[in-house]
Design a protein around this ligand. Structure first.
Ligand SMILES: [Fe+2]
Length: 165
């Protein structure tokens, strides 16, 4: 696959054909994307990480996230969505909280990770030394997570902030 347009088409085909299937199955599809057009969506802010929309519809969305050194997300769930992430540039660390156990994962360029609410909650951060960019596929679309500084709080207090993460 040489551009995002082809990736969007493949993801659209998958979610139309298998609406109930977790998008973990799209891992090889995301790995097969070899384009450079993700770079058009790179954006960095000094105060927080950025989210650039490549494609957004009720069935799925594709975003490019830009992380300056030291920037990160709070702990968040995925509000019923599957989240497939590929690191396009730099290195990202994930703290994954799974029912009382915490795992630290490190994803280097081209690594792919998947999470959904059945697998726990997580926090992503760029611990440096260079800016990082990640390409995300979410399904269904219109992601609206619960987030908190405490992973337990997300699971115990469903009323917590639902700002998009
Ligand atoms: Fe996430």
């Amino acid at each position: 696959m040489k551009n995002l347009q082809e990736l969007v088409a493949e993801v659209a085909n998958f979610v139309a054909k298998y609406p109930e299937k977790p998008i973990f199955s799209l891992r090889p599809t995301l790995a097969a994307y070899q384009g450079q057009d993700w770079q058009q969506y790179i954006a960095f802010e000094d105060t927080h990480y950025t989210r650039q929309v490549v494609c957004q519809c009720p069935a799925f969305e594709i975003l490019v996230l830009g992380w300056q050194v030291g920037q990160g997300s709070p702990f968040h769930n995925h509000a019923g969505q599957g989240c497939l992430l590929r690191v396009m540039q730099g290195v990202l660390h994930e703290t994954r909280w799974q029912w009382g156990k915490t795992h630290l994962n490190c994803y280097t360029s081209n690594a792919i990770s998947y999470i959904d609410d059945q697998m726990g909650v997580h926090q992503i951060e760029n611990r440096g030394p260079q800016p990082a960019v990640s390409l995300h596929i979410y399904a269904p679309g219109f992601f609206c997570a619960q987030k908190s500084s405490s992973p337990e709080a997300i699971l115990l207090n469903p009323g917590i902030s639902t700002k998009t993460v």
